[in-house]
Ligand binder design. Sequence first.
Ligand SMILES: O=c1[nH]cc([C@@H]2O[C@H](COP(=O)(O)OP(=O)(O)OP(=O)(O)O)[C@@H](O)[C@H]2O)c(=O)[nH]1
Length: 621
Amino acid sequence: MVLCPVIGKLLHKHVVLASASPRRQEILSNAGLRFEVVPSRFKEKLCKASFPTPSAYAVETAKQKALEVARRMHQKDLRAPDVVIGADTIVTIGGLILEKPVDKQDAYRMLSRLNGKEHSVFTGVAIVHCSDRDGRLHTEVLDFYEETTVKFSELSEELLREYIDSGEPMDKAGGYGIQALGGMLVEHVRGDFLNVVGFPLNHFCKKLAQLYCPPRPGDVRGAERDSIPAVDTFEDLSDLEGGGGSDPAWGGRGGRGGEEAGGAPPQAPGPRDADLNGAAEEKRPPFPTGLLELMEGFKASKALFTACKLNVFDVLRDQGPLKAVDIARKINASVCGTGRLLEACAALGLLHKTDAGYSNTEAADLHLVSDSAHSLHGLAVYNDSHVWDLFTHLDLAARDGAEQARGASGTKAERLFQSAETTLLFMRAMHGLSKLTARDVATAFDLSRFTSACDLGGCTGALAHELAREYPRLQVTVFDLPDVTEHARGFQPDGQRTEHVRFVPGDFFTDALPRAQLYVLSRVLHDWPDDRVHHLLSRISSCCEPGGGVLVAEAAAMEEEEAAAARRRGLQPLGLLLLGAGRPRSARELGQLLQRHGFRDVRVAPAGDLLRVVLGTRAAP
Ligand SMILES: O=c1[nH]cc([C@@H]2O[C@H](COP(=O)(O)OP(=O)(O)OP(=O)(O)O)[C@@H](O)[C@H]2O)c(=O)[nH]1
């Protein structure tokens, strides 16, 4: 006998759990599910910042874990399982996502952050239904998440150290296992306990009920089943097995934990349910956590930008930990205002706060200090002073078109190159971004067959220097507007050979292009409309010798990732509407553009989380 009939619906299917977590295996097998375990090889390193909410990140990771297993099994046996289940558990506190600690120190950082406070645990789950269509894998995904709130007691340093020494934190999200020794750290839990352990069984069963047990006409619960069918429906459920109407209603969404953030809006309150006494009880919609976070999101960005602009992170890198009053003096600001700003930065996970005062987190030291090797300080200042202003005209752009919104401030080039100061602001922003992605772009393909390259719109030369470092035979020319090349000297890397990189001023639409075997367009094409892109590619094509190449890097998606990437890239078209006349293009579209301009053997490769690189070889005319 199977206690839970909805779980029983999966008994005749080949179910795979795409997880190495022993806890998930135990929860599901205790519930009577029969499944094969195939741990996912998906690397959990999606860019967290590109998700609107932590839950959206957990759901996407769960989905990618399951899809990776479905694809691998289909490729290997040319037959995928019927259903693949993926899950991902994360802990969030003050806007920061905590996953499994990488070492004891990391575990200590996580547990100290949770100490005495309340945090949320999200588990994202993906149920992937697979089928084979003419040898091709077809997948349909149902995903959801569950949130549980956990409050830690005030714990002594000694207890934390001892707990870490037990080894338990290492393979657990947030660095604790609530089901074992970690239970001693917890004062109370609000929500599903098993969700904290790694799998929201209750919500999962409700989803299965939605999929496999659609309500019959006259069902008082209405179309949306959000509870596990009651015992008196057991027989009805088995009747449905194999009969008409048992097809899964894939695509249904909803539930207590809420929608995948950024997805469909919360459902409107449903019809009133009748309780056992016949009294009507109002059905409450899920709490709109994701929406509220989105509505407040701009404040978080502004706090980060302001702290960068006031050089808070520079001061703390050099002299931290410091108290608010000392930081205020050093950045020449009011004590009260600085205190509030520091509190906000600590809540956002940008600063640590201890009895000794404030200090930088690792991420702040790496990326928010103005002169660090991987600094994004310039990008923060540019977004604050330039992009922020533009976005205040978004309503105008949406209503009256981009030209109207941009009209007052001129074209992109006019705005950016108004003065040396605005040019440098833009260049610092681009420099930080390019350095972050340069290595991935330079190594996405083996370019060692080329001895000369021209980086069109190469700005500060960050990518050019990386190319020259990676391929010692390569001479790289950076071709950019005179306003840019004039200031490029200030961005040259220290302690690196720079003689392989030269800067040539010019406009790639009108001036003669420098001769090169390989032309590089990194994050350039999205700024331009189709006619300009064709014009530029035809100019490159006529300069490029047969056997030469063109390398395009863009935040473009591969076809199969389109849905996931669409969410990540969702804000890009808005930026382009306000900043220029261009548009985002998929990797496939970029490949087709290259082919149209005489490039063959077009290949696409990922370059880190952010970019895709397309390489084409010039065919003989
Ligand atoms: O209280 C507890 N909290 C969390 C856990 C366990 O933590 C991990 C979370 O990690 P993740 O979701 O990435 O899953 P993995 O273990 O890496 O397995 P996958 O193969 O599915 O990626 C999870 O194991 C939870 O069970 C816990 O035990 N107690």
